[in-house]
Ligand binder design. Structure first.
Ligand SMILES: Nc1ncnc2c1ncn2[C@@H]1O[C@H](COP(=O)(O)OP(=O)(O)OP(=O)(O)O)[C@@H](O)[C@H]1O
Length: 263
């Protein structure tokens, strides 16, 4: 049987040792199919970012299995493109050079780096800003460069942690449209962390709700809303019902299990 694109099985994670040990993730089990778009939502501190950074290979874990296409994840790798909320561009390099920098590290020759960088700037509609420095770009533009960079080395998966969290509502919506378009054209597998339930429903195939005490998966919702989705779909009863359901699950997950039992 073909393994899932991403497998997270029986994953546990704690920070600190001895009396200062805090259990942050308990028994996380989650498989992502090829091309699936999955959002992680949940109250602050439930471990979404920790889980994403473990999948990125940026943090270790205590127990469990983690693999991409059946191969264990041991460290960061070019099979995973990562986009964070804070713009992680190098300020002394232009938009094009930021992408080329990542590609050079992946071993491409100079001409190929340039060609791929320009192709990806075109993909995020930033060809006209290739030679601008990050300080000359708006927040949305910087995030488009970060997305172009993450896609440029053709990762198997895109890991995104609140990528549009710092943007104003209009720019955020434009970025959601752009991501949907890229996802529809390139059929990527995406694991996406967000606080915005509307965004999660709009973008995802599946929404995974995490709760605290310690961080764990409490509920999963399939988003059976036809694609391609356009803005109007947010007004539909199915969309709003789902949004309400996810909000309720987040509220329930924000109570510690003993509180939930007590009512
Ligand atoms: N390096 C660290 N050392 C100790 N504790 C940590 C560390 N990183 C995160 N934590 C703790 O782990 C828990 C989960 O944090 P995490 O940032 O993953 O949550 P989150 O769901 O992404 O939160 P938010 O939605 O606020 O970003 C929190 O209690 C946090 O204090």
């Amino acid at each position: 049987m073909t393994p899932p694109k991403l497998r997270i099985a029986g994953l546990h994670k704690s920070f600190g040792t001895g009396e200062r040990r805090t259990e942050v993730l308990r028994d996380i089990n989650l498989d992502l199919a090829d091309n699936e778009f999955v959002s992680l939502v949940g109250t602050s501190g439930c471990g979404k970012s920790t889980l994403l950074s473990i999948v990125a290979g940026l943090q270790d874990f205590d127990a469990g299995d983690l693999s991409i296409d059946g191969a264990p994840i041991l460290q960061p790798g070019l099979d995973r493109g990562v986009v964070f909320q804070s713009y992680t561009l190098l300020p002394w390099l232009t938009a094009r050079q930021n992408i080329e920098f990542a590609l050079k590290a992946a071993g491409y020759d100079r001409a190929t780096c340039r060609r791929i960088a320009l192709e990806h700037l075109d993909l995020v509609k930033l060809s006209h800003s290739a030679d601008r420095y990050p300080s000359e770009l708006s927040g949305g533009m910087k995030q488009r460069v970060a997305i172009a960079r993450a896609l440029s080395y053709r990762p198997k998966m895109l890991l995104m942690d609140e990528p549009f969290g710092a943007l104003d509502a209009l720019t955020r919506h434009q970025m959601q449209e752009l991501l949907t378009q890229i996802w529809e054209e390139h059929r990527l597998t995406v694991l996406f962390v967000t606080h915005d339930v509307e965004e999660a429903v709009y973008l995802s195939d599946r929404i995974v709700v995490m709760g605290i005490g310690p961080g764990r998966i409490t509920q999963t919702f399939n988003v059976d809303i036809e694609r391609p989705r356009r803005e109007e779909v947010m007004e539909s009863p199915a969309f709003m019902d789902l949004q309400r359901g996810v909000h309720k699950a987040i509220r329930e997950g924000s109570k510690r299990p003993e509180m939930a039992l007590a009512g």
